[in-house]
Write a protein that binds this ligand. Structure first.
Ligand code: ZN
Ligand code: ZN
Length: 471
């Protein structure tokens, strides 16, 4: 559902329709120390509405009152259907912390000269880019890899939403601090084996990028739910809720058939996603149930889908229910960003209004796994944690927690022990430190897992470590 918003969806009538290409500027939301801050000018549908861009100008500002002004001449015609132009202008160097970037685009279209700030979306007030230049590298155990497990590329390109080019995602990932990304475009956007292979070929040349698919398939009520597959060789069809086949919204394959066809480990995407009534009714979209998760060969659940809202807490509850029943499902954290490198723009009401928030930003929520030298998720990770800041992991009978000045001191570190029918909660004693190592006993209960939160609202949680069976 989530995307760079598209404004050329005209039928039957749209308040958002414009005789202009979409023009916008995007850049990563955070930059690791010493890494570049790539910034892109994006044009979409300039083949239908060619535009001449004169220049880009603006100003960086931070809370210390520092500022940097810049002006970058572009002076060229844009006429491609989809284009990312990397912009080279002055950026804050050796000055960490949060910077605000106000940026303007001067362009000519239909013989008129225009200026827009950040984007030319109708009825959506401009917002500056907010970029956090981190003081320290991301906290992470040695020999582990941080990844984005749910994002959309430019192969998600339909009338209402579009993502970023794979090479743009790869370059952004490096600066943000990601070691790998799994691109999971919709089965209903990939359409066919041919387009899927084209995407795979384009991605094959990109180091650290795994091509996958977000497959629409049928739950036990024959409603469409989304399934994440990483590294599948072949396309798995799933057109039910794509909105192109309105006369038939039935899922193509039930969950288990889709998993078998993919031939890889599969994860339930956003099991309790909040959706519009229209999506349920017109696209026959549904939720994942306990039955769907436990009666199919699911490897884990992506219940952290960009932000911690109602769907996160409901998804986590469902996950715990599965854990307590002995189903060893992995938790997965992704963002479901469609482009959206700095903030998230999307359609609020179809044909009527757009929205802007921080709910689905590329690379913000990360899944961190031990590096085994294999392609991520080509084997099932034996351990992992998910985070939007601190590191938290259980290894060899110890619980470790690490934060940095960028993500703040710990407010709480909590251990959850799976026992008969419920979890037992244990608060760990903490002080002002950014680093903790606790020896913990494993084995007196079904499983052990942990969560932590920092004073900046950053959060991490581990997978459940099951106790070895008593001999
Ligand atoms: Zn989805
Ligand atoms: Zn998605």
């Amino acid at each position: 559902m989530l995307n760079y918003a598209e404004t050329h969806f005209k039928f039957p009538v749209s308040r958002l329709y414009r005789k202009e290409p979409v023009i916008l500027i995007d850049a990563p939301f955070q930059i690791c120390p010493g890494l570049p801050c790539p910034t892109w000018l994006i044009t979409r549908k300039a083949n239908r509405f060619p535009v001449y861009i004169n220049e880009v100008y603006g100003e960086w500002k931070n809370a210390k009152g520092q500022s940097i002004s810049f002006k970058l001449p572009i002076e060229k015609q844009f006429d491609k259907s989809f284009h990312f132009e990397e912009l080279d202008f002055e950026k804050p160097e050796n000055c960490t912390g949060i910077w605000m970037l106000k940026i303007f685009i001067k362009y000519e279209i239909n013989k008129k000269s225009k200026i827009c700030e950040r984007w030319n979306y109708p009825f959506l007030p401009p917002e500056p880019l907010i970029i956090n230049f981190l003081k320290e590298p991301l906290p992470k155990p040695k020999g582990w890899l941080a990844g984005e497990t749910h994002c959309h590329s430019s192969y998600t390109l339909d009338s209402v939403e579009f993502g970023a080019a794979p090479a743009v995602l790869q370059k952004t990932a490096k600066s943000v601090g990601l070691d790998f990304i799994c691109i999971t475009d919709h089965s209903y956007d990939l359409i066919s084996e041919k387009k899927f292979q084209k995407m795979k070929n384009e991605i094959a040349g990109l180091d650290g990028v795994v091509a996958g698919e977000e497959i629409s398939c049928g739950n036990s009520k024959n409603e469409n739910v989304h399934l994440l597959a990483f590294g599948n060789e072949n396309y798995v069809e799933g057109h039910g809720d794509g909105g192109r086949r309105w006369w038939n919204t039935d899922p193509d394959l039930p969950i288990q058939k889709a998993i078998e066809k993919s031939g890889v480990f599969c994860f339930a995407a956003h099991p309790k996603l909040q959706m519009l009534f229209a999506e349920k009714l017109l696209l026959k979209r549904g939720h994942w149930s306990y039955k769907d998760l436990t009666e199919n060969k699911i490897s884990g659940i992506e219940f952290w889908n960009g932000f911690r809202g109602k769907d996160f807490y409901e998804g986590r509850e469902l996950w715990i229910k599965c854990l307590l029943a002995g189903h060893k499902l992995l938790p997965l954290g992704g963002n479901d960003a469609h482009g959206d490198l700095n903030s998230y723009t999307a359609v609020k009401q179809p044909l009527w209004s757009l929205k802007h928030n921080n709910e689905h930003i590329f690379g913000q929520v990360r899944t961190v796994i031990p590096d085994t030298g294999k392609i991520p998720f080509s084997e099932l990770p034996e351990n992992l944690y998910i985070t939007d800041g601190p590191a938290l992991w259980i290894e060899k009978g110890s619980l470790h927690a690490r934060s940095t000045e960028d993500f703040g001191k710990f407010l709480s570190i909590t251990i959850f022990r799976g026992e008969e029918g419920a979890e037992k909660i244990e608060q760990m004693k903490i002080d002002d430190s950014l680093s903790f190592d606790f020896e913990i006993t494993l084995g007196n209960n079904l499983y052990t897992r942990a969560e932590c939160e920092t004073c900046m609202g950053k959060f991490a949680m581990t997978a459940a470590i099951y106790s070895p069976p008593v001999a």
